[in-house]
Design a protein around this ligand. Sequence first.
Ligand code: SIN
Length: 303
Amino acid sequence: MADLHVSFAGIAFKNPVLTASGTFGFGREYGEYYDLSELGGVCVKGLTAAPRLGNPAPRIAETAMGMLNSVGLQNPGVDEFIRAELPFLRRYDTRVIANISGNTVSEYGEMAAKLSDAGVDIIEVNVSCPNVHAGGMQFGTDPRAVAEVTREVRRNSRVPVMIKLSPNVTDIAEIARAAEGAGADAVSLINTLLGMKIDVNTRKPVLANNTGGLSGAAVLPVAVKMVWQVRNAVSIPILGMGGIFTGEDAVEMLLAGADMVAVGTANFTYPDAPLRVRDGIAKYLDAKKIRSVTELSGAVEMH
Ligand code: SIN
């Protein structure tokens, strides 16, 4: 069988399939369905310095081949994560990626220091949450702010730093270059696309926050194109995500230039979606007689 091992930002992964932050909690519920050790890694729900209750409900809405969310970074806070959730995840033989959002640049640095001391494998820096006023997209749409946050996290972290990019920008390659130039070890993309759904009877937006982030199968072509753009702009590794449901979706993302993939919204439809994706990649590699999954990365042949 084909080799699924990947080295990403200097960290060894048993396979290139992770869970996307915000779609897997801290793994407890999914751990009742299957052994989390089968995953390449778990990206946990976005953490903030203090606990957050998130936005008012409704904060999820179904769309054609996708969903909108405006969760608003509900989470127990970084200290509680380290106390109660990280030991649970450490029971499994899988990589743990902590996703962080700060209100200020220094808050990003403080969280990175705590989490890297606590022993997470990679820190994913969320500068792209579309659902909060501070601590998200307002950083990720400005290359100078992205560089500033990246430098601060890099300075405070002993583990690789991965910047999660927003698709809600004019030129995602420019933002990726800013992250790489400031010392990022990797980038992940895409976060959700800004969207809105209106109830035609009440004439009100379905989400209490009015707008939200669109994810799911509908966004795959957008994500593939952006991963390809970023691959041509930077040389650091890329974690590709956005609309991956099948092994073939993941292969597309890898061919576009990703080194690993994350499965997000598909977890809500198929609790074992990441394992289906992993097995689908292996099946593709075997059918094409490709020895290692690393041979796929960036191997798209353009017209
Ligand atoms: C949220 O909690 O609102 C989603 C986080 C994100 O999209 O970055």
